[in-house]
Design a protein around this ligand. Structure first.
Ligand code: MTE
Length: 326
């Protein structure tokens, strides 16, 4: 990979010139018959330029996506509208940050075979009156499931827009009854190196992945636990069977494949903040005026297109969350 002990996504793709990255892209392109084009495309990711229109690749990726079957789809909430088109589902399913599998976004979907997201339970505990362990299917039966269109913004300066299916995290937290001392929520993800090759090949990271939010952020109506995307259950590469989505923060706050949610009284350490606190601080709200130490955050590229947009403060969700930071 690019730099040991450093997430590949620390470096905006357009700035990355590392030979190993270039070679891995070139070989992937070559398998798709884009050899010459691949050499020309170095430094700009081919899927951002729409090359995922390749029918053979699309069919291969589609095979990793679960079919739409009951209880999906759930009703879409009309109030969450978008200022851009939905991202191409196939592009979104091949452009993933999921370090448990690989640090290379275009590899993740090809490395998830052995991962078993069913059956799955989520333990909810810590500073709560009613700690409980929930099966994901039970959550889908008993929680207020709905579909919402959200923008998603990665710290690497790319964005996508997708329909998530899930429920407000608040509904789950209310079920376990937070105690007065609870101030933060800690998310812990799975630890299965035998199913997730990146955990073995990158032993320098502090597995399993862990993230956190303030309790008022977790209780905000935008914060969702999601089990589906594009009207079906989550493909493994998007964090099956359950992940959190926090649309006004950079994507690394949205931990995938969660096994434990714990309410705590102190700000918990987080995976990337522990690696590099100046680059990936706990709060991490999307903010065009606050550059990453090594690149600007003023614009973003929309995956699956050549379009560049101005980054929106709080990713455009200020009306829901600005008061949290007044
Ligand atoms: N969750 C886990 N467990 N492991 C990860 O590596 N990467 C994060 C986040 N959640 C990550 C994770 C980052 S950096 C981003 S941008 C989003 O997942 C990407 O989500 P997507 O692949 O569904 O677009």
């Amino acid at each position: 990979m690019l730099i040991r002990k450093r997430p590949g996504w620390e470096i905006a793709e357009r700035e990355a010139t590392d030979e190993s990255l270039a070679l891995s892209r070139r070989s992937f392109l070559a398998t798709l018959g884009y050899g010459a084009l691949g050499a020309m495309a170095l430094g700009c990711d081919f899927r951002l330029s729409g090359a995922a229109a390749d029918p053979k690749l699309r069919a291969e990726v589609a095979a990793t996506i679960p079919p739409a079957r009951p209880p999906f789809p759930f009703t879409r909430v009309p109030r969450f509208t978008l200022d851009r088109s939905l991202s191409d589902e196939i592009v979104a399913a091949t452009y993933n940050n999921f370090y448990e599998f690989s640090a290379e976004k275009d590899q993740v979907w090809q490395l998830v075979d052995r991962f078993k997201p069913h059956p799955w339970t989520v333990e909810v505990g810590g500073l709560v009156s009613k700690p409980q362990t929930f099966a994901v299917e039970d959550l889908m039966r008993t929680m207020p499931m709905e579909e919402r269109l959200y923008r998603h913004r990665c710290v690497e300066a790319w964005g996508m827009a997708v329909p998530w299916t899930g429920f407000p995290l608040r509904a789950l937290l209310e079920r376990v009854e937070p105690l007065p001392g609870a101030q933060y929520v800690r998310f812990l993800t799975f630890n299965r190196p035998e199913q997730a090759p990146g955990m073995k090949s990158q032993p320098w990271y502090r597995w399993p992945y862990f993230e956190g939010l303030r309790l008022d952020e977790a209780m905000n109506e935008l914060t969702m636990l999601v089990t589906g995307i594009y009207g079906h259950e989550l493909p493994k590469q998007h964090g099956a069977p359950i992940r959190v989505v926090v649309p006004w923060k950079y994507g690394y706050k949205s931990a995938k494949s969660i096994v434990k949610i714990e309410l705590v009284d102190r700000q918990p350490p987080t995976f990337w903040e522990t690696e590099s606190p100046n680059e990936f601080p706990f709060e991490s709200n999307v903010n065009p005026a606050r550059p990453h130490p090594r690149w600007s955050q003023s614009t973003e590229r929309l995956i699956g297109s050549m379009e560049t947009r101005k980054t929106l403060l709080y990713n455009g969700y200020g009306e829901y969350v600005a008061h949290l930071y007044a």
